[in-house]
Design a protein. Structure first.
Length: 147
């Protein structure tokens, strides 16, 4: 399944959601840890000292492009890596949570209508219906998961 393939690509990033980004930014933190001056960084990037300082400020403000971050990584002799990490561990889990929530909404709405007609279901029947509907929604990868 395609979600399994994407989960496999994301797996190396698991745990990175716990990384704390330095308040001053990675570029400044790495540069100063390496005892590299702004002039030296600027020279590696073919820009001025002021340009290098501006890059550090733009990183902190979130306005650097991926291309720039990759170039800066090369200048620092590091590989720039980016990715997305699902909050609940995997794409599969993300889809499970969304499908279950949608199924619960549908089943509970239907059950409420049945209660009004004195035809309500038991908790076990409701849970089974949610489980079955969630599986069907996952199989179809219904676009309504994202509404």
């Amino acid at each position: 399944m395609i979600t399994e393939q994407l989960d496999k690509k994301i797996r190396p990033f698991i745990g990175t959601q716990n990384v704390v980004i330095p308040d001053v930014g990675w570029i400044y933190s790495i540069r100063t840890t390496l005892n590299m001056t702004l002039e030296q960084l600027g020279k590696k990037l073919n820009i001025t000292k002021q340009g290098a300082k501006q890059i550090e400020h733009r990183e902190v403000s979130g306005s650097l492009s991926l291309k720039s971050l990759k170039e800066i990584g090369e200048a620092l002799e590091m590989k720039f890596v980016y990715g997305f990490v699902p909050y609940n561990g995997s794409i599969e889990n993300l889809v499970d949570v969304k499908a279950t929530a949608l199924a619960k909404k549908i089943v509970m709405r239907t059950n409420q209508n049945m209660k009004l007609e004195n035809q309500g279901n038991s908790n076990e029947t409701i849970e089974n219906a949610i489980k079955d509907l969630a599986q069907e929604i996952k199989r179809e990868m219904n676009k309504s998961l994202w509404d």
